[in-house]
Write a protein that binds this ligand. Sequence first.
Ligand code: BGC
Length: 272
Amino acid sequence: MVQAIGIDIGGTGIKGGLVDIQSGEMLSERIKRSTPEGGEPDDIVDVVRSILGELDEHAADAPIGVCFPAVVRNGRTMSAANVSKRWIGLAAEQLFERALARDITFVNDADAAGYAESEFGAAKDVDGLVLMTTLGTGIGSAIIYRNLLVPNAELGHIDIGSKHDYEKYASNLVREKKELSWKKWADLLQTYYETLERLFSPDLFIVGGGVSKHADEFLPLLNLDTPIVPAQLRNNAGILGAAALALHGSGERRTEGAEHLVRETNERAPSV
Ligand code: BGC
């Protein structure tokens, strides 16, 4: 059995678990804590350290993958939509490695979720272009083409019509805060997915995030040409993907100036 630890840092919660990378199954219980108020770097690092402390009983030497809700380039967090602005430009991977005294693999949270779906879930062996979106505190996105992950797509922040930064209108957090009915929310999502459809012509949409367990309430209300399905791994996708990437390597090319373009994550991808 090949094991790795995945830690999924979100704007609202931080989750972790030990994973079997071959089957994609959780080997430990899922440990969950609230994201500290303000989302400051040191506070988040402390929570991750304590989650790891609990998991380490199971696997002291397992590789660790950490995913985070920001653009991640060369180990640095380059944005901060739902966490402290101090993350912008921070050498985050290094910060975690020093605090945990271990090497980690550090990636965007939606990329981790998309990678997990392509390895173990709804995007596995889909021959074409998959757009994974996570509807949570914000809207995360991952672009997967024939099992190859194109990192750092930030499609939650697009402007549609007069609506600037669409996640501010249509994330699950906004649905909860404004107490939108499923129908009202689905109308906003209809516009969102229609726009993505027009821009990308995907073969499949996958909808993740905690709310995907209520997919029956809102996905049938959408009218799209592209099939749209809930994430199979539900809310564990971030943990599973971070753990899998820790083992397979995020494959980022760090030296050639093209590091943001493609992670060579998957040997199955054919050359085009
Ligand atoms: C962030 C993304 C993240 C998404 C989901 C957005 O606000 O910009 O990087 O993937 O939220 O957490």
